[in-house]
Write a protein that binds this ligand. Sequence first.
Ligand code: ADP
Ligand code: MG
Length: 258
Amino acid sequence: MGDPHPKLEAHAVTRTFGRGTKAVHALGPVDLKIAPGEFTCVVGPSGCGKSTLLRIAAGLLRPSRGELTIRTAAQRPAAMIFQDYGIYDWKTVQANVRFGLDIQKVPRREANTRATDWLTRMGLADFADAYPAALSGGMRQRVAIARALAVEPEILLMDEPFAALDAQLRTILQDELLALTQTTRTTTLFITHSLEEAIVLGDRVLVMSARPGRIIAERRPPFPRPRSGEIRTTPEFTALKSELWDLLRGEVGTEAAA
Ligand code: ADP
Ligand code: MG
């Protein structure tokens, strides 16, 4: 079945911040393999090292020990989407979405066509010439998603991308991302606070311990693809959510007591 090599592979990755008595052991050791096309969600208590793991995956931070490798062919990069969107207020929506393509030196005409295509898919075609300040939070996050996907990344790294949105919008964007990633089959590492989000989107859900974050459990939501947001109302969904919550609750308690 296609490429047998994991797209992302972590071996005994740890990260410590600071030194001596001030050292904070933030993460690990973490071992992780993500297969091509697999959508992996990570949930864990606040401060357990989730963002640290993602920043290491994105190459923004080095592990203190261990190794994390991303296998991408040719020019196709990993793309990262942050909770705070990370879009540029001084660029138009179109220019924001084109940004990664400009960096890849995609010819301007093709870059504009691809940017327009993604803006249309995200329902933002009418806002191509607007500046982000004129957009709602949900629209800004759609711009960030369009920008990340426009480069057709081999790996998508998302750090609580919907955390700043209200519950309704969050559900809508979850469903959009679900439909989108089932079409593109982009390998994805997705960090979230929300168990519901993790179950809806993930081929598997990894649960992290309190700091230093380690992977303490793995579950595969039992919903065949293509799936839709309707799985939220099934008994299997509720059961898995409460099972994950039980796992997580132990860790949240640990963190609060520490
Ligand atoms: P999460 O994303 O799971 O909430 P983080 O990965 O952001 O957690 O942080 C894990 C721990 O590492 C926290 O205790 C945080 O304060 C600490 N930490 C993260 N980044 C730094 C940094 N640059 N310098 C010092 N401590 C950091
Ligand atoms: Mg974080």
